[in-house]
Design a binder for this molecule. Structure first.
Ligand SMILES: Nc1ncnc2c1ncn2[C@@H]1O[C@H](COP(=O)(O)OP(=O)(O)OP(=O)(O)O)[C@@H](O)[C@H]1O
Ligand SMILES: [Mg+2]
Length: 346
């Protein structure tokens, strides 16, 4: 069931079209991730949903109620939406306990009990409750901001890059913990992030945003495997895009005749392969003939970020993480093979 509906949302700041006709449906209890490059309008979109700003045109409906349209808008404090802003925004003069309990209409004791419960939920030590925000690390402040947003049991949670201040290990653990907390509470959530892996792992629904519009919306698997264009493909991970001639269920390319989803498209097109579809081995005479050469190799621990150039003109190269055990060196001749289907961009 649709819980949040955005209908043709537009927002201009002077000449900048921050939102240029955004359409989105978010199902009740689901997790949507919005990814896109810096400046594409992600924060603006969250601010409109939260009610901090009004759209120039379009409508926002939450649980069937109009929050904003051409006739006016429901003020932010009446929407019961939790938001964790990009910069955390804790009250610097209040303790952690008072930050979390801020706005709760219960007595002091109940507020502090709730704060203690939420600290545990976000994985922070209760000893920190009496500290001020400037006595916490950036990552700890982010988690307090999250606890504060959870305190009032919002019906919709908006998270704007909430994990960006955390280091990799803590980031994954915190993301998992937050996802669990939100699922357990059944809170519909929208997460904005730059990090495609975070988006793919967190979301039921993924929206890729570009220049004020949603370029594609679908399940993470769908958008990853069948992106609408090369820019969307690259945004979600390494994309190997090759020219090809499509006929029926086959695409003829520099990597040979590759299977594709049979559609009605015939002719010249670009095709997409993901790195996990490609294997590169040292060539072995006639039994494993070479069709490419190793360009440069950047050592990265368990894998090497390796440039592979395909034989043939015009010369085509791409980069792949290749397991370090293969010990491929610059100039080595290799056999490149593909598994699975290539995706055709129309
Ligand atoms: N208050 C404002 N006044 C003028 N322009 C603004 C304002 N807020 C945002 N913009 C512009 O609108 C566009 C979208 O900004 P927004 O903050 O939504 O981007 P974003 O996708 O959140 O970027 P980032 O990933 O860097 O946080 C940008 O070009 C930005 O400069
Ligand atoms: Mg932003």
């Amino acid at each position: 069931m649709t819980f949040l509906k955005l209908d043709s949302l537009r927002k201009h700041y002077g000449a900048v079209a921050a939102l240029d006709g955004v359409e989105l449906c978010v199902a009740s209890g689901s997790r949507t991730a919005i990814v896109g490059p810096s400046g594409c309008g992600k924060t603006t979109l969250l601010r409109l949903i939260a009610g901090f700003d009004a759209p120039d045109a379009g409508a926002i409906l939450l649980d069937g109620e109009v929050m904003a349209d051409a006739h006016g808008q429901v003020p932010a404090h009446l929407r019961n939406i939790g938001i964790v802003a990009q910069d955390g925004c804790l009250f610097p003069h209040l303790s952690v306990a008072d930050n979390i309990g801020f706005g709760l209409k219960t007595d002091r004791e109940a507020r502090h009990a709730r704060a203690a419960e939420l600290m545990e939920m976000v994985g922070l030590d209760q000893a920190m409750l009496q500290r001020k925000p400037d006595q916490l690390s950036g990552g700890q402040q982010q988690r307090v901001a999250l606890a504060r947003a959870l305190a009032r049991k919002p019906r919709l949670m908006l998270l704007d890059e909430p994990f960006s201040a955390l280091d990799t290990g803590l980031r994954v653990a915190t993301r998992k913990a937050v996802a669990d907390v939100l699922s357990a509470a059944g809170i519909t959530t929208i997460l904005v992030t730059h990090d495609q892996q975070e988006a793919l792992a967190f979301a039921d629904q993924l929206a890729v945003m570009r220049a004020g519009r949603l370029a594609q919306v679908g399940t993470p698997r769908e958008v990853y495997a069948r992106p609408v264009d090369a820019a969307t493909a690259s945004f979600l991970g390494e994309a190997i895009v090759l020219p090809a001639r499509v006929r029926g269920a086959v695409a003829d390319s520099a990597l040979g005749a590759l299977p594709v989803e049979a559609g009605d498209f015939e002719g010249d097109a670009s095709i997409l392969l993901r790195p996990e579809q490609i294997s590169v081995q040292r060539a072995q005479g006639a039994s494993l003939p070479a069709n490419g050469t190793i360009g440069d190799v950047a050592f990265g621990g368990s894998t090497c970020d390796t440039q592979v150039t395909l034989d043939g003109a015009p010369s085509l190269s791409f980069r792949l993480d290749i397991p370090n055990r293969d010990m491929l060196l610059v100039g080595d001749r290799v056999a490149i093979s593909v598994s699975g289907k290539a995706h055709v961009f129309r």
